[in-house]
Ligand binder design. Structure first.
Ligand SMILES: Cc1cc2nc3c(=O)[nH]c(=O)nc-3n(C[C@H](O)[C@H](O)[C@H](O)COP(=O)(O)OP(=O)(O)OC[C@H]3O[C@@H](n4cnc5c(N)ncnc54)[C@H](O)[C@@H]3O)c2cc1C
Length: 246
């Protein structure tokens, strides 16, 4: 687990102001955040403990609604008489989740804002690409180009394949329902680094075009990783599970 600064504000305003800092996270019942920090999925630099804030009230509103404080524990909410009488489905849903001990700790705010519990999203795989693309004139747009190239490379390695009809040579999967491309959930966090070394041969500024260069080598990296993990060399992309069954 990475080191972090722990703060315990005594007012809501103080907590909100602290949360404005980069890489700050609130911690309430601690039933999710601490696990994720141990797994290095969440790496906050500042952890703001909001347990002493007065946010644990359940109140009826003048328009007939219900206002639930962010620090109301799941058990307290499930056993609140107003909730049991007027919102029985909410009470039942709360009591169907987790275990008694967890419900005693878990808060409404934490429950709504918890990171998904799906294992896939707890994966800490990262993609790092290091580019020698001359002198950087605009780091942001150059980085965007490279990120796009990496996504294309992952698509090439794992998804994209045109399948032709052997009778007439026409592509069968000529639409986005059948032709697979990676979507957001397929792509890990991408880090881009540039050597930022001027290429004076290419231009007097030392800059070069940063176009398709981002794609270079991207498809071979998953192929190499697949070989290291399984011992199977895949030489025809995309890499699919059935190709590993040799
Ligand atoms: C074994 C196990 C089984 C579980 N089963 C279920 C289940 O069946 N159904 C289900 O729904 N959940 C389940 N959970 C998840 C559980 O409900 C959550 O861990 C809990 O609701 C999170 O609340 P917390 O107060 O402990 O949040 P914390 O862990 O303290 O925080 C969770 C996240 O919310 C943010 N956060 C917390 N409070 C606030 C706030 N006031 N404002 C802004 N951000 C805030 C934190 O920064 C953090 O990112 C399970 C958890 C475990 C460990």
């Amino acid at each position: 687990m990475q080191t972090f600064e722990y703060r315990k504000p005594s007012t809501v305003a103080e907590a909100i102001s602290a949360a404005g800092e980069l890489h700050a996270r609130f911690v309430a019942g601690e039933t999710t955040l601490v696990d994720l920090m141990k797994l290095n999925v969440e790496t906050p630099q500042v952890v703001i403990d909001i347990n002493s804030l007065p946010l644990n009230r359940i109140e009826r509103t003048s328009d007939g609604g219900l206002r639930i404080g962010a620090m109301v524990r799941n058990s307290d909410l499930a056993h609140d008489t107003t909730v049991q009488w007027d919102y029985p489905v909410l009470a039942q849903a709360l009591l169907a989740g987790a275990s008694g001990q967890l419900r005693n700790m878990a808060t409404t705010g934490g429950n709504l804002l918890q990171h998904t519990r799906c294992y896939y999203f707890r994966d800490t795989v990262r993609w790092l690409t290091v580019m020698d693309a001359g002198r950087m004139i605009n780091l942001k747009t150059a980085r965007n180009q490279i990120v796009g190239g990496v996504v294309m490379g992952i698509g090439m390695a794992l998804f994209e394949e045109t399948i032709y009809d052997s009778r007439n040579g026409k592509p069968i999967n000529n639409n986005y329902a059948d032709y697979l491309v990676p979507v957001n959930l397929d792509i890990p966090e991408i880090d881009v680094m540039f050597l930022d070394y001027p290429d004076k041969v290419m231009s007097e500024y030392g800059a070069r075009g940063v176009g398709e260069i981002g794609l270079t080598g991207c498809a071979s990296a998953p192929a190499m990783a697949t070989y290291h993990a399984t011992g199977v060399r895949i030489r025809a992309l995309p890499i699919r599970l059935e190709k590993l069954m040799v």
